[in-house]
Design a binder for this molecule. Structure first.
Ligand code: AMP
Length: 281
């Protein structure tokens, strides 16, 4: 596996791959890899001739009071895992390299960035789109892989690629969970034992929503109330939002119909977790 830190070396390698006519799959991450990330890498490996992964804790997508400085990092272990999956190139860059003094561009999918997590994290999705656009320009992937764990991000990236006619297919893959149901996340490492235990109600509330929908409940508000009740039993959890939206458009769904995304965000102490479930009726 080639580990590349600077833009010019990366461009040179990509040029070689393109000249050879090889298909590139790309997996962008912020590192501290777990099985969720590795699912994306495995799929990229299966479907492409060359696999590029990136690790970059992107300062643009963190708010001033968020956990940028504390975000977990373990390059050595990440490299070991990516090598094991036979990744060809790891692009491991720095903010100085990607956003040098004077960097002034921004890419945004406007309305989708202001709802759900966007309400609580202003500027977050603009930061995501800007860095992902930049990585797409550098890596020129045929397909890029994203997790449904960050469902809003996935929909926004798809919309960005479509609206800006990017030459990349966006592929979403399902959430990988711990054995007890907690959605895998690099941020789970922040949770104390008791917090982690309480966090399990998030997935339980989503399962309840799924069960209600399967039992023909169509009133979104009622489903959300049921979920709220389950989560509020755990005193350590503060709900940011619970929403039910169309999975493709993120339009709000009042009466359950089609493919819906039941999504939530909550804080446990200082840790903000997101989770969701996609249900099709
Ligand atoms: P991150 O490193 O958190 O920015 O995540 C990088 C990519 O991995 C994103 O596309 C995430 O949606 C995806 N991802 C993170 N956690 C999971 C998970 N538990 N299951 C599937 N994909 C995930």
């Amino acid at each position: 596996m080639l580990v590349i830190k600077n833009i010019s070396d990366l461009k040179q390698e990509i040029r070689k791959i393109k000249k050879a006519g090889l298909i590139i799959g790309f997996v962008p991450t912020m590192g501290y890899l777990h099985k969720g990330h590795l699912l994306l890498v495995k799929k990229a490996r299966k479907d492409n001739q060359k696999v590029v992964a990136s690790i970059f804790v992107n300062p643009l997508q963190f708010g001033p009071k968020e956990d940028f400085n504390h975000y977990p990092r373990d390059l050595k272990e990440d490299c070991r895992l990516l090598k094991k999956e036979k990744v060809d190139i790891l692009f491991y860059s720095s903010a100085r390299e990607l956003f040098p003094e004077g960097f002034d561009a921004a890419v945004e999918v406007k309305s989708l960035s202001r709802i759900m997590c966007g309400k609580f994290r202003p500027g977050h999705f603009q930061g995501v789109c800007t860095v992902v656009n930049k990585l797409f320009n550098l890596i020129e992937p045929d397909t890029a892989y994203f997790g449904e764990k960050d469902a809003q991000q996935l929909v926004i990236i798809k919309k960005m690629a479509e609206d800006l006619n990017m030459n990349v297919a966006i592929k979403g893959l399902p959430i990988v969970r711990e054995a007890d149901g907690l959605a895998m996340s690099s941020r789970n490492t922040y949770l104390a034992k008791d917090q982690r235990k309480q966090a399990l109600v998030l997935y339980q509330s989503l399962l309840k929503a799924k069960e209600l929908i399967k039992n023909k409940e169509t009133d979104s508000e009622k489903i959300i109330q049921h979920m709220r009740k389950i989560i509020l039993k755990k005193p350590a959890i503060l709900i940011d939002y619970i929403e039910i939206r169309n999975f493709d458009t993120l339009r709000e769904v009042k009466k359950i119909k089609g493919k819906v995304l039941v999504a939530l965000a909550a804080k446990i102490g200082k840790t903000r977790l997101i989770d969701n479930i996609i249900v099709e009726v």
